[in-house]
Design a protein around this ligand. Structure first.
Ligand SMILES: [Zn+2]
Length: 411
């Protein structure tokens, strides 16, 4: 296979004899800012529900982030993505005490590694109106910035239950003015629905539809607690729902009605970016509820993720290997113990292939992983430093109290 490095203008040759070559995986919902939380100590009362997980863990971590730790988090997460064969990351970022310029930090870290990304800042009223406004401005600033070749923007919004009507409306106005989509958490927990009913006498999706936040460019993470009417609105809108099975099990928020969507992508919600592992978890959890689901279902989810990302990135053939498609390729050193054909790839995917088979990764024609090592970074010294940075972040976080924000309607 000839690999043309668009950046260096040099052609190189990669011996892929006996290997399986697939399009790069896409993670359709990520939180790279959580990358340094792995193994983090926890000294408070154990959280009993989803809201307490946010109040006691993630809304303390995000407030401890500064520009440097935002960049380190993105770099560490981006490195793991590429090594796992994930070439495009759709991220949802929050750092309430370092908002301005934060998306540049994420884009620069991923750009250094050679990964593609679709970035947004998570607008929310939970930290007050000034930060809500700053979040909107950060999305605007990034959407107007064209200096990051492999990164594009969306308008990020946290979730209905932390958004006022004014803030939601400002997000929609920005998205409309920039021809961008809204990336938002939808009914991840029943508390989101209870809040919408208590504050607006309506359901989350109905509220978002009335605000004109839906449509074909919208990305709706989770969509677990939707009723039949909401599911119909999501289908009719053309919005893409994103299923995050490992996170949903970890947070005990329930299983999304995965068979009820016309458009359903797959994300990790921050639990790394190994889409082989996520797709296996998606398959097994779906099978537990519905035995009619087959292995091909997960490949369809990954194709949907790539199709959505491709539409934002201006690469309509992303996720395919054909003339004119983006040269985002993963070389798998997979020696199948049984016949492997086009027809039974999904079976091998679910029961055999994993990120340990990833040998080389190419993004936009540029080799970014070769022989399981990043080509654009020195892994060992960087990870040594990231462990020190993570320790400092954990120490700062110890000083931050649980977040006081409470939704209407109870947690
Ligand atoms: Zn999320």
């Amino acid at each position: 296979m000839d690999v043309r490095d668009r950046y260096a203008g040099e052609a190189s040759r990669l011996d892929c004899s006996g290997c399986l070559i697939i399009p790069g995986n896409v993670c359709a919902h990520h939180h790279l800012y959580s990358s340094l939380a792995r193994g983090m100590p926890y000294h408070l009362e154990p959280p009993q529900n989803f809201l307490q997980i946010l109040q006691r863990i993630w809304w303390r971590l995000d407030r401890a982030l500064d520009a440097s730790t935002v960049r380190w988090s993105a770099w560490v997460g981006g490195l793991e993505s590429l090594l796992a064969g994930t070439t495009t990351i759709v991220d949802h970022h929050a750092s309430p005490n370092a908002i301005e310029g934060s998306l540049d930090e994420v884009a620069a870290a991923l750009g250094d590694l050679g990964a593609r990304s679709i970035l947004c800042y998570e607008v929310s009223d939970r930290d007050g109106p000034e930060r809500a406004t700053a979040g909107i401005e950060e999305n605007r600033r990034f959407l107007e910035d064209s200096s990051f070749g492999l990164a594009r923007g969306m308008v990020g919004a946290h979730a209905s239950f932390t958004l006022s009507e004014e803030t939601l409306s400002a997000c929609v106005d920005l998205a409309r003015s920039k021809n961008a989509g809204i990336h938002i958490h939808v009914a991840e927990d029943a508390a989101d629905e209870r809040d919408a009913e208590a504050r607006f006498r309506t359901r989350v999706v109905t509220r978002l539809a009335a605000a004109e936040a839906l449509g074909g460019r919208a990305l709706l993470a989770h969509c677990i607690h939707l009723d039949d009417a909401e599911l119909e609105v999501v289908r009719d809108s053309g919005a893409m729902a994103v299923h995050n099975p490992r996170s949903n099990m970890n947070n005990r928020v329930g299983h999304a009605p995965v068979g009820s969507f016309d458009r359903l992508a797959l994300g990790t919600d921050g639990i790394g970016s190994d889409m082989f592992a996520e797709s296996k978890a998606a398959y097994w959890r779906a099978r537990e509820s519905d035995p009619s689901i087959g292995p091909g279902w997960v490949l369809e989810r990954l194709a949907a993720s790539a199709h959505f990302a491709g539409s934002v990135l201006g690469e309509p053939l992303l996720g395919s290997i054909e003339s004119g498609a983006a040269a985002d390729l993963v070389v798998l050193e997979y020696d199948p113990p049984a016949p492997l054909t086009e027809e039974n790839l999904a079976g091998h995917w679910v029961f055999g292939i994993s990120s340990r088979h990833v040998r080389d990764v190419i993004v936009a024609g540029r080799p970014v992983v070769r022989d399981r090592e990043p080509t654009q970074a020195e892994r060992e010294p960087m990870l040594k430093e990231s462990r020190e940075v993570a320790q400092q972040l954990w120490t700062r976080m110890e000083e931050i109290d649980p977040h006081p924000f409470e939704p209407a309607g109870g947690s």
